[in-house]
Design a protein around this ligand. Structure first.
Ligand SMILES: Nc1ncnc2c1ncn2[C@@H]1O[C@H](COP(=O)(O)OP(=O)(O)OP(=O)(O)O)[C@@H](O)[C@H]1O
Ligand code: NI
Length: 354
């Protein structure tokens, strides 16, 4: 059945064989991404965000990993696609950027050379054409004096500029889907805001879908159209960014938001307690052992089916089920996302020498 979504992930389950037995990192997760929107996967460290997104293009090493489910990209299943065809998708159609630009760069070659090299893998262009395109890309990601900086080496660029270069390299194949895994986590707050702005602008310019992974709800507020909240390999809640920030339904989402100072945060140190052992997940709702509202029904059976609580907003919580009283967990005291979310009064693609 053909779907209209750019990316459609269904019942994705990724496990790892370990010395302590099978570890389930992602457990039957569904989500989709459309062209032109930013979907953020958010959750604490260890929730399975990275494994879920790296399963999409099969970046997970198998074995020890094992990926099951369906990942349809423009209707084609990436999980059953032959490797050569998948390699083509990875380079040209789906691009990844990661947290640490340091590690992804080769320190022995100039930045311009590396972008040119990436370009020539994807396109049959002459050296001069490739150089011109590389300079253009450097310019578009906001590297000041791009042509003068072409021959500079990675160590001559700041952290923020390196991440701009990584973004340029991700764009060489003119991707339709960009997967960004904590791309600003290693950067200081001001530079982080600039890079988020850049990604937002590029998304429009390149007309991409963006799947953005972060543990930081502050970042989510800046860029997300839709949010998928993950906990211990499961989706706890999903919905439009305004709905989630205005009336978070799952106690886990509420607690994540309560950690944010700008939302009247009281638990800046994070949510008390730790994630369950991924080798041996608890019965019922994964969050029940840390949830102040948990009762017997929360600790038995499977993770509850998702229930729609407002248009497009769905929650996997026993308290919203048939015969339950959701007002127990409903928390309507949250302030909606403020203003335009603009950071530090910048405008357009910033060219600051970060
Ligand atoms: N190669 C691997 N082998 C075994 N276990 C793994 C492997 N990669 C990830 N895991 C486990 O899978 C679970 C999910 O990890 P994942 O990296 O996806 O979390 P995350 O949500 O991205 O966290 P973070 O915010 O810290 O990046 C964790 O328990 C992790 O230890
Ligand atoms: Ni991660």
């Amino acid at each position: 059945m053909p779907s209209d979504h750019l990316l459609e992930v269904e019942d994705l389950t990724t496990t790892f064989g370990t010395d302590e037995g099978t570890l389930t990192a992602v457990d039957g997760v569904d989500f989709d991404v459309d062209t032109g929107e930013t979907v953020c996967i958010v959750g604490e460290s260890g929730s399975g965000k990275t494994v879920a997104t790296e399963s999409i293009t099969r970046l997970i090493k198998t074995p020890p990993g094992q990926i099951e489910g369906t990942v349809r990209y423009k209707g084609r299943d990436l999980l059953t696609m032959p490797e050569p065809e998948l390699r083509n998708v990875r380079g040209n159609e789906i691009a990844h950027i990661f947290q640490n630009p340091q590690e992804a760069m080769n320190h022995c070659y100039s930045v311009g050379w590396q972008i040119t090299e990436a370009l020539q893998i994807h396109q049959d262009v002459s050296d001069e054409e490739a150089r011109a395109k590389a300079v253009d890309l450097m310019d578009r990601v906001g590297i000041a004096n791009a042509s003068a900086r072409f021959d500079d080496y990675p160590h001559e660029f700041s952290g923020g500029q390196k991440q701009r270069v990584m973004i340029a390299m991700a764009l060489v194949g003119d991707p339709d889907l960009l997967i960004a895994d904590e791309p600003t986590t290693a950067l200081d707050v001001t530079v982080q805001a600039q890079i988020l702005r850049l990604l937002d602008d590029l998304q429009e310019e390149f007309d991409m879908g963006v799947l953005f992974v972060t543990h930081d709800l502050g970042v989510v507020a800046e860029i997300a159209d839709r949010i998928v909240v993950m906990y211990a390999g499961k989706v706890m809640e999903r919905g439009g960014v305004l709905d989630i920030f205005d009336h978070p339904a799952h106690p886990y989402t509420q607690q994540l938001l309560e950690c944010l100072p700008e939302f009247g945060g009281t638990t800046a140190g994070g949510i008390p307690g730790t994630l369950p052992d991924p080798h041996d997940s608890p019965d019922g709702c994964r969050f029940a052992p840390r949830c102040g509202y948990a009762e017997e029904a929360c600790r038995t059976g499977e993770q509850p089916d998702e229930i729609e609580v407002s248009p497009g907003q769905r929650v996997s919580c026993v308290h919203y089920g048939p015969g339950m009283d959701p007002s127990v967990v409903r928390n309507d005291n949250f302030e909606p996302v403020g203003g335009d979310g603009a950071a530090d009064g910048e405008s357009g693609v910033s060219r600051a020498d970060d």
